[in-house]
Design a protein around this ligand. Sequence first.
Ligand SMILES: [Zn+2]
Length: 120
Amino acid sequence: MQRKPRKKRRACKNCGVRFSGRYCPYCGAESGHRNTLRSSGFFIGLLRFLLSLVVLAIVLVLAFVLLDYVAASGEGAHTTAIAIVDSVKNALPKEVLLVYSSMKETHLDALFAWTQKLLG
Ligand SMILES: [Zn+2]
């Protein structure tokens, strides 16, 4: 009867935990290497945080624009979309809504007409 060869254990260079396998079970560093995502410094972390806020803002704006067009279509049939858009419009400052409505008239209406023509 043959014994299984023991797996080689090594100490994680990030946190010091001894483990075998590819990833440290404690901190998630690969093969005991330093986890570069966690030890990249304050300003890189701040930059990543701000970038994630920008991405979140873009996603929220896109969702609002899509909901606004859904609410405007269907002659009042999309009551949930209308309620969400109305509550968001109540929460936003008037200046932001003015900028949005001018952007909608100049760019978004043409874009949505073009996509509707494209889809048939
Ligand atoms: Zn570790």
